[in-house]
Write a protein that binds this ligand. Structure first.
Ligand SMILES: Cc1ncc(COP(=O)(O)O)c(C=O)c1O
Length: 407
């Protein structure tokens, strides 16, 4: 089997040396969080060991060095996304980014305005908008998705034209099904209407490495931990004029120009959205993740993931009683399936006894599950560090699990 250079990259991830109950780990849950290469682990360790200081505060050498290193990573993610550094705000993750944007855009929403989402969204891209709608009297409408969970682009564009939404907020790729949405086409439709476009990139940053200038969205959110970086860190891109015009969301130290008891003035974006001591070690670790990714040929990583994904789809489709959900033709390498009427928890629990880590449940997409008429699925999600052996082990374990359940 042609394993390509990604086979070597697996050795960069120390977690794969771990055995669980004497079985090597078969990690198929990268949509939840990716594993970390030793470069990232080392960068975080080194920061705490020899560089630890607060940023933007001290005149002492260590603090200045920490500030330079921290701000350099803002530059790196900006370069990765092809935007300007001042358009990047650090947050604690995609969830925090979406909350910040939905809160900030509430100022622009009026009674009856439309916020357009899709049934594919993660709860993090639903609830902040529900709260914004409650605050403002705006209403949420949904893009059309078929019974398989696939966005219907033609009807979606027609709906955008007829509803003229104030905001469109959609995922670039579905976390539950892996479908890649044609967000460029949706953004194109919104441009004609001055609709503000927000792209939830939690599942696309690693797999699709988008060029945001080309995509031309107004906002894009991401989580570092889904792209080899540490947990508790994420960020957002905002087109500068729009970003800078958003109101302050949370307040405190470092984001101000002046404070007195008669009033406070704020710094411009991105600082005005970053109160308090940030996740400095997380940012440093994410910098190492970005360096690692930027040194690799993205196309070959993507092709490797796609080849594994196609094998997985073929082998799963050959098993009687398996129902695969979503679009398997445009997908970031995540497959969601059900087996007859068996409960997904039973399947996942039995798979776990084989050392297979998959996710089961509603994947924080309860409205999508309701739309599909199911409670949940088993989700297998790949990253470039997976290999054919992982797929073989998973399929063998699944067949074993099914025969146990059928006994
Ligand atoms: C599509 C999508 N959006 C938002 C989130 C929330 O990300 P976080 O939990 O890192 O804030 C996730 C996490 O699974 C996701 O997959």
């Amino acid at each position: 089997m042609n394993e390509n250079p990604c086979t070597q990259l697996r050795h960069d991830f120390p977690i794969f040396e771990v055995s669980l109950d004497d079985q090597p780990l078969c990690y198929l849950d990268s949509a939840a969080t990716t594993q970390k290469p030793h470069q990232v682990i080392q960068a975080v360790k080194e920061f705490y060991q020899s560089q630890n200081a607060n940023v933007h505060r001290g005149l002492h050498t260590l603090s200045e060095q920490a500030t330079i290193a921290y701000e350099a990573v803002r530059g790196k993610i900006a370069q990765f996304l092809n935007v300007q550094s001042r358009e990047i705000v650090w947050t604690s993750g995609a969830t925090a980014s979406l909350n910040l944007i939905a809160y900030g855009l509430s100022e622009r929403l009026n009674e009856g305005d439309v916020i357009l989402l899709s049934p594919l969204e993660h709860h993090a891209n639903i609830i902040p908008w529900q709260l914004a709608a409650q605050r403002t009297g705006a209403r949420i409408e949904l893009l059309p998705v078929d019974t398989q969970g696939i966005l219907q682009l033609k009807q979606a564009k027609a709906l955008i034209a007829s509803l003229k939404p104030k905001v469109l907020s959609v995922c670039h790729a579905s976390n539950a099904l892996g479908n890649i949405n044609d967000v460029a086409a949706l953004i194109g439709s919104c441009k004609k209407l001055d609709t503000i476009t927000v792209i939830d990139g939690a599942q696309s940053l690693l797999h699709l490495r988008p060029d945001l200038q080309q995509l031309d969205c107004d906002f894009y959110v991401f989580s570092a931990h889904k792209a080899l970086g540490p947990t508790g860190l994420g960020g957002l891109y905002g087109r500068y004029e729009l970003l800078n015009a958003l109101p302050v969301y949370q307040s405190g130290g470092e984001m101000i120009d002046t404070v007195s008891f008669t009033g406070t003035t704020f710094r411009p974006a991105p600082e005005k959205f970053e109160p308090g001591t940030p996740n400095i070690a997380g940012v440093i670790g994410f910098g190492a993740a970005l360096e690692y990714l930027m040194a690799l040929e993205h196309d070959s990583l993507f092709q490797h993931e796609q080849a594994l994904y196609r094998t997985l789809v073929e082998q799963l489709s050959d098993i009687d009683g398996i129902r695969i959900w979503g679009d398997t033709t445009h997908n970031v390498g995540t497959i969601s399936f059900s087996y007859k009427k068996e409960h997904h928890y039973d399947l996942a629990t039995l798979l776990n006894t084989h050392g297979i880590a998959v996710r089961s449940g509603h994947h924080c997409t309860q409205p999508l599950m309701a739309h599909l008429g199911i409670e949940g699925t088993i989700r297998v999600s790949l990253a470039f560090y997976n290999n054919h052996q992982d797929i073989c082990r998973f399929i063998a374990a699944l067949k074993d699990t099914i025969s146990l359940l059928e006994e």
